[in-house]
Design a protein around this ligand. Structure first.
Ligand code: ADP
Ligand code: MG
Length: 337
């Protein structure tokens, strides 16, 4: 059934997850940014949750693609199809067309921005405006972005980590690095291969990160039974891995995130940096859930760091809040659609 009344819509087009927020309703879609296609015909077989379930469980001809993987659009057609699919599923295009705000990774190019706008318009939007991730994350975390005070947000997603200081509705200084959730997973894969002689897949690496991933030594050491294949024999094997080993595996990537935070602070005017020192740092995105990351940040920067209440939802909620200023954003984007 199609929605008869129009509702304004916010989309968080993340590298790992796409969320759709409908004004007056809240988040209605929360699915992985994954598309399954038939390698031979090029046809799309499934999108989102359904496509994700197929990974590793389908014949060789079906491959899963994450079109936004590295914070850039790897494939226009597939991204197009994915956006269309989610908008249809959200059931927001009725007789009246919705106005849509989309949050995009800040590293994407002008051409890619156009592609996103076009896909959203083709899916039945009346108007579309784009906003950048750190601003949406900060708004969603409830930071006072409009005030003349410095707020720092770190959003750690699948493909990118965005660090930004925001004041008076604008980004004062920021950095975007391609080190985030996927990089942690890859680091875990490489560590286990090199140090323990076991090969594991992407899903297992992510599961290990969920279970015993950590950034800071806690009171109790966690353990996890890792299933994979012996590097030498190729035979299935289960090995118990310690939290401290996974922390070591993740340490280089954690250092790079810390470095981005330091550089962002260095490029922040002193008054605003002083605000950040006082008010603290807010962590958003799925990566914010890494155990002890707040403690590590606090120890290294001497600034209190906090995990937002709903880190995975912040960007979608913040983009939803931006719907109230859609006209302003369109004007700011200087785009006439
Ligand atoms: P994006 O905005 O790029 O789509 P998300 O903010 O949705 O990314 O975060 C997805 C990333 O967060 C993935 O890499 C996922 O593995 C990671 N993640 C989700 N939950 C946790 C958790 N509990 N611990 C560690 N990492 C997590
Ligand atoms: Mg995100």
């Amino acid at each position: 059934m199609m929605g008869l009344l129009t509702r304004d819509v916010a989309i968080d087009l993340g590298t790992a997850n796409t969320l759709i927020y409908v004004k007056g309703k809240g988040i209605v879609i929360r699915e992985p940014s994954v598309v399954a296609i038939d390698r031979y015909t090029g046809k799309i077989v499934a999108v989102g949750d359904e496509a994700n379930k197929m990974i590793g469980r389908t014949p060789d001809n079906i491959i899963a693609i994450r079109p936004m993987k590295d914070g850039v659009i790897a494939d226009f057609d597939i991204t197009h199809a994915m956006i269309r699919h989610f908008i249809r599923k959200a059931n927001v295009v009725g007789i009246l067309k919705p106005r849509v705000v989309v949050c995009i990774p800040s590293g994407i190019t002008e051409v890619e921005r156009r592609a996103v706008e076009e896909a959203v318009m083709q899916a039945g939007a009346k108007e579309v405006a784009l906003i950048e991730e750190p601003m949406a994350a900060a708004m969603g975390a409830g930071l006072p972005v409009k005030r003349a005070t410095g707020s720092m947000v770190i959003d750690i997603g699948g493909g990118t980590t965005e660090v930004a200081v925001i004041s008076m509705g604008g980004i004062v200084s920021s950095r975007s690095i391609r080190i985030a959730g996927d990089a942690f997973d890859n680091a875990i894969i490489n560590y286990l291969k090199k140090n323990i002689g076991i090969n594991v897949g992407d899903k297992m690496a992510e599961e290990i990160k969920f279970q015993i991933g950590s950034a800071f030594e806690g009171d109790e050491e966690g353990y996890f039974d890792v299933r994979g294949r012996d590097v030498r024999t190729g035979l299935p094997k289960t090995v118990q891995v310690k939290e401290s080993q996974i922390r070591e595996a993740m340490s280089e990537n954690l250092d790079e995130i810390l470095e981005a935070v330091k550089l962002t602070l260095e490029h922040t005017p002193p008054e605003l940096a002083a605000d950040v020192m006082e008010r603290g740092i807010i962590l958003t995105g799925g990566g914010a859930l890494i155990k002890g990351l707040d403690k590590l940040l606090t120890q290294v920067t001497k600034i209190p760091a906090y995990v937002a209440e709903y880190p995975l939802d912040c960007v979608a909620i913040g983009t939803g809040k931006a719907l109230d200023n859609i006209k302003e954003i369109i004007a700011k984007n200087k785009r006439h659609i």
